[in-house]
Design a protein around this ligand. Structure first.
Ligand SMILES: NC(=O)c1ccc[n+]([C@@H]2O[C@H](COP(=O)([O-])OP(=O)(O)OC[C@H]3O[C@@H](n4cnc5c(N)ncnc54)[C@H](O)[C@@H]3O)[C@@H](O)[C@H]2O)c1
Length: 443
């Protein structure tokens, strides 16, 4: 029973009983949800560690933390201020701590192992996006979920921002009639975009490429907004800027002999938190968080274009560019009665305004500009709403934002299909990848 409910339902009764403070504390402690985490990096510790403890610390308790890097898991425990044991062996953690809920925040290509084993050990799963990185792993997750009866929740935080929620409402309102196509273009700048090429993400074997790691966020938004499943995908992609496309390179920024002339030089030691999480624990795994963006082993694309056809006949033109001077995106929904345009300027390079805009234009009609406040902390309050949906659900989900394994699968399958299409030069059908059958209306 949740602590609040426990207090509400038992408060009066307890006043007249002989329960001591200690017994009450024990009863309450026993009622908190037992949560474990695998992958105590930046995301795990922040979005799913500190924030969850702050907001739901009376309803959950961390019973175990696991990371392949023994230094990082010890750092994580200290940063979270929790008392639970730490592990480098996942099976040992699951056997010893028996969590009810497992949070998976490891490197993308390893998610499947922990999601599947986690359910087999009896836990429900909260996994960061992308749910996984190839179609075989995706199928294995779907089957394990069916077999174990446990559930997988995928943390698509992008769905929860007020601006995107408003777009969802407008599309459902019929103001632009039936949507027939969408144009979606996302720009990562030379800071944020470059960061993917510094880290483990630069290798397909870890991230599945940015078509999976990053674009799966965007593909999920499309699936959710358009309320249909993707049917076929065609992609183009190249590595034209980072990696081998430079005259000089080194291993990582700190010892680099080219730092004076490299515009991408970055001093990680100026960031105390990142230094504690990564630099101080390099000795255990040799991982450099400030890796050189020009390394020749980069094998992901840095510009991508994808055509998607949905089962409901909507067609989408999508692109992702990773070396823009500014950060943001633009999207247009073209309908039979009008058009919705929306755009976002991300914080890093723009002077922020306290709102994001949406323009609704009707055929032979008028143009209206809507301003959606964006000042609440954590993506306009979206992050908190997502965590509430997971850790204190009230059964309400008016915008159908809660994402399960099917949503996680369909988002990554578009990226996987695009990657395969780029490799083969042929369009790829989503139904050919796993046992999931795409539907005209999202189920
Ligand atoms: N939703 C979002 O907006 C968002 C933002 C950032 C990251 N993420 C996701 O969160 C996850 C973690 O990203 P991050 O930025 O924290 O990366 P990170 O490199 O900081 O953390 C990953 C951690 O996993 C550990 N790890 C790797 N392989 C492991 C294994 N086999 N067993 C145990 N631990 C292992 C690493 O040592 C590291 O501590 C990724 O899947 C990423 O896609 C999502």
């Amino acid at each position: 029973m949740l602590r609040r409910t426990f207090l509400q339902t038992t408060g009066t009764a307890l006043a007249g009983t002989l329960l001591t403070d200690n017994a009450l504390a024990a009863a309450l402690a026993g009622s908190r949800k037992r949560v474990a985490m695998v992958g105590t990096g930046h995301r795990g510790l922040g979005m799913w560690g500190t924030s969850v403890l702050k907001e739901f610390g009376d309803q959950i308790e961390f019973v175990g933390l696991c990371d392949i890097n023994p230094g990082r898991v010890a750092t994580g425990k200290k940063m979270l201020g929790v008392k639970c044991p730490t592990f480098t062996d996942f099976d040992q953690m699951m056997k010893q701590t028996k969590p009810e809920l497992l949070i998976v925040t490891t490197v993308d290509a390893t998610h499947d192992t922990f999601i599947i084993k986690g359910m087999e050990y009896g836990a429900d799963i909260v996994t960061e996006k992308p749910m996984t990185t190839d179609e075989q792993k995706c199928e294995a997750i779907l089957q394990a979920e069916r077999r174990t009866g446990k559930k997988v929740m995928v943390t698509f935080n992008y769905r929860y921002s007020p601006h995107r929620q408003k777009i969802y409402e407008l599309l459902r309102s019929g103001v632009i009639g039936d949507v027939t196509s969408a144009d979606f273009h996302w720009y990562l700048d030379v800071h944020h975009g470059a960061d993917y090429f510094r880290r483990w993400h630069r290798r397909r074997e870890n991230s599945g490429s940015l078509l999976v790691h990053k674009a799966s966020h965007h593909f999920d938004l499309l699936n959710w907004w358009l309320d249909s499943d993707p049917e076929s995908v065609y992609g183009n992609g190249q590595l034209n800027f980072y990696g081998k496309n430079n005259a000089f390179r080194h291993t990582h920024c700190r010892p680099c002999p080219h730092k004076d002339k490299c515009q991408f030089y970055w001093d990680i030691t100026k960031d105390e938190r990142l230094t504690k999480i990564y630099v101080d624990n390099e000795k255990y795994d040799g991982y450099h968080r400030d890796g050189c963006v020009w390394r020749e082993d980069v094998d992901i694309f840095d510009k991508m274009a994808v055509q998607i056809k949905y089962v409901n006949n909507v067609q989408v033109s999508y692109s992702l560019t990773t070396y823009s001077p500014y950060e943001g995106y633009r999207i247009s929904f073209n309908g039979t009665k009008g058009k919705i345009d929306a755009w976002i300027k991300e914080k890093q390079t723009w002077e922020m305004e306290p709102f994001d805009e949406i323009q609704v234009t009707t055929n032979f009609g008028k143009r209206e500009l809507l301003r959606i406040p964006n000042t609440e902390e954590g993506h306009g309050g979206g992050d908190v709403r997502l965590r509430k949906q997971i850790f204190a659900p009230d059964g309400q989900d008016p915008f159908r934002q809660a994402a399960r394994s099917r949503d996680g699968a369909l988002a990554v399958l578009i990226g996987i299909a695009a990657r395969k299409s780029i490799d083969s030069g042929q369009p790829v059908k989503i139904a050919d990848l796993t046992s999931l059958k795409p539907q005209a209306q999202r189920v």
